[in-house]
Design a protein around this ligand. Sequence first.
Ligand SMILES: Nc1ncnc2c1ncn2[C@@H]1O[C@H](COP(=O)(O)OP(=O)(O)O)[C@@H](O)[C@H]1O
Ligand SMILES: [Mg+2]
Length: 153
Amino acid sequence: MKALEIMTHSPEETEKLGERLAALLPRGIVVALYGDLATGKTCLTRGMAGYFTKNARVHSPTFTLVNEYGEDPVLYHLDLYRLSGAEDLLSIGYEEIIESDGICIIEWADRADSFLPEERLDIFLEHRSEDSRSLRFEARGIPDRILECLHNP
Ligand SMILES: Nc1ncnc2c1ncn2[C@@H]1O[C@H](COP(=O)(O)OP(=O)(O)O)[C@@H](O)[C@H]1O
Ligand SMILES: [Mg+2]
């Protein structure tokens, strides 16, 4: 299975989905999130972080481009909304982050499109109604099993 679409009907449901997804992720993976403001990227990330570390306070970093949560594996949470150029990526050690064996989640991934690794999980989020969001998962060179397990819990 290369692609999968899931609808959620509340922020809690999106967070739970993030938690289920996190349980399936291999170390070293890059998860690229695409979608407008308030489509649930941070909410999904909060669910993922909750799986790896208790008490992580996940919000979109305002003045930094990256936050780190937990250890073994480290979860890197990048938010590239305010990215102004490739030099910003260099300054946060982007290369090391995506080549590390941590889990790397990138909000506004389209802002770094030419710097994304070819092997990654893409997730496209869309607003459907006040409380509904659609999440389309696309596996790029990563095990299809991840989407199969997400589809059939
Ligand atoms: N099904 C849903 N999934 C995620 N967020 C939802 C959902 N329904 C409503 N919301 C609301 O949408 C907003 C999503 O915010 P956030 O996760 O910060 O989005 P983003 O990081 O994409 O800007 C929150 O205010 C949340 O309460
Ligand atoms: Mg956000």
